[in-house]
Design a protein around this ligand. Structure first.
Ligand SMILES: [Zn+2]
Ligand SMILES: [Zn+2]
Length: 247
C-alpha cells in the first residue's frame, strides 16, 4: 500500500509539472475575463428565454426542435423562447482567452484552440440585458473550457447560475460513432441544452438517475444513454419550483 501511495504522489507531481507546461504553451491567465453585469437580478419565473447561435448551424430547424423540447420538459416555465440568431465574433474577441490544446494534436493537423466559458457569458449577459430576457443560452460549435474549473477541457456545456446564462458546445457531440447521423447529433444538442437549462431552474446539482437528463455526462455514450426527460424526482422538484413561484 505505501508503495501505491508513493506512486500516486509521483503522478500528482508530474501532473503539476504538466499543467505548468500547458499554461506556458497556452495563454496566460491574466487574459481571463472578469464578468461585468450591471443588473444581476434574481431569476423570476415564468420568463423569456433566448438562444444565441455561435457557429455553423442550420439555425431555424435546430431552433424549432430545441424550442419544442424545452417547452415540453419545462412546460409553462417560459412566456416565450426566442431565436436570437447568429453571433459573429470580431477577430479580436475570437482570439481572446484562447487556450491551445496539444493533446489532440496527434489526431488533427494543428493545435486545437479552446475558448473560455467566461467569454460566452459576457456576450450572453450583455445580450440578456439588451433583450430583457430572464435567461439565455449560447450554442457554439467551438471547443470550450471552463473559466472556473482549471482542469476541465472540452466541456459539453456549463451554466452560470448567478448571471442566468449557459453555453453548450456541440463540438464533441459530433464525435463519430456507429449509426452516426444528423438527427442523433441534434438530439444530443437538445439533451445538453435541456440539461443546462435544468441547472438554471433546478440549481447546480446533478441527478444520479442513469436516464435522467440531469445526469452528468462524461462522454457522448453517456449523453446517448440518458433520455430527453427529467426523472420523477427531478420532475417533483420542478413542480415544487413552479409552486413556489405561483404559476
Ligand atoms: Zn450539469
Ligand atoms: Zn433526475
Amino acid at each position: 500500500m505505501p508503495k501505491l501511495q508513493k506512486y500516486i504522489h509521483k503522478i500528482s507531481k508530474y501532473k503539476k509539472k504538466l499543467r505548468k507546461i500547458l499554461n506556458r504553451i497556452g495563454i496566460s491567465y491574466s487574459e481571463e475575463f472578469e464578468l461585468i453585469d450591471e443588473t444581476p437580478k434574481k431569476l423570476l419565473l415564468p420568463c423569456y428565454l433566448g438562444i444565441l447561435f455561435c457557429g455553423d448551424f442550420e439555425i431555424n430547424n435546430l431552433f424549432n426542435k430545441i424550442k419544442i423540447y424545452l417547452n415540453t420538459v419545462y412546460d409553462s416555465f417560459f412566456f416565450d423562447i426566442r431565436n436570437l440568431g447568429a453571433y459573429n465574433f470580431t477577430a479580436e474577441l475570437f482570439s481572446k482567452g484562447v487556450k491551445r490544446e496539444y493533446k489532440e494534436m496527434k489526431k488533427s493537423s494543428g493545435v486545437i484552440k479552446i475558448h473560455p466559458t467566461n467569454k460566452f457569458y459576457q456576450i450572453l449577459i450583455n445580450k440578456r440585458n439588451e433583450e430583457s430576457l430572464g435567461m439565455i443560452i449560447a450554442l457554439t460549435d467551438l471547443p470550450i473550457y471552463s473559466s472556473s474549473e482549471d482542469n476541465i477541457l472540452f466541456l459539453f456545456g456549463e451554466t452560470h447560475l448567478k448571471h442566468r446564462c449557459c453555453v453548450v458546445s456541440s463540438l464533441k457531440l459530433r464525435e463519430l460513432g456507429k449509426n452516426e447521423n444528423n438527427k442523433l447529433f441534434e438530439t444530443r444538442i437538445v439533451k445538453e441544452i435541456i440539461h443546462e437549462v435544468g441547472h438554471l431552474i433546478l440549481g447546480s446539482n446533478h441527478c444520479p438517475n442513469e436516464v435522467c437528463v440531469m445526469r452528468f455526462s462524461n462522454n457522448v455514450d453517456e449523453v446517448d444513454n440518458k433520455s430527453l426527460d427529467l426523472c420523477d424526482l427531478c420532475n417533483t422538484k420542478l413542480l415544487g419550483i413552479q409552486d413556489s413561484y405561483n404559476f
